[in-house]
Design a protein around this ligand. Sequence first.
Ligand SMILES: [Zn+2]
Length: 120
Amino acid sequence: MSVLRAPDPAAVLRDFVARVSPYDPAPGAEPVGSVDVHSADGTETIRVTPHLARALAEALAGYRDRADRGTCATCGGRRLDENLHCADCGRLHGVLGEVIARQAERVRQRGPAGSAEAAP
Ligand SMILES: [Zn+2]
């Protein structure tokens, strides 16, 4: 697993504000809030206009984490690795995972291999 270096949160927010502010239909509108960002460089306060709040909400609604591979069909967990293996219950998803799960269910329903049929 690779760990990505975290960007400076204040710089990220400043970039976001710079990207959306040219399209603010009411740039002088009363702020609806503010965000204080504490980073290694100190504390920065960002005024949140109604347009910026809407843009943040839309950006978050459209965000999908690169590690989001859906939910586990067995336990509902959200920690599926790149092989669609659930870190919580161990189920393997995907086409191969479905075949293995079906076969495991058939074996489970029959009991231990041939135990009932093999008995004299
Ligand atoms: Zn699971």
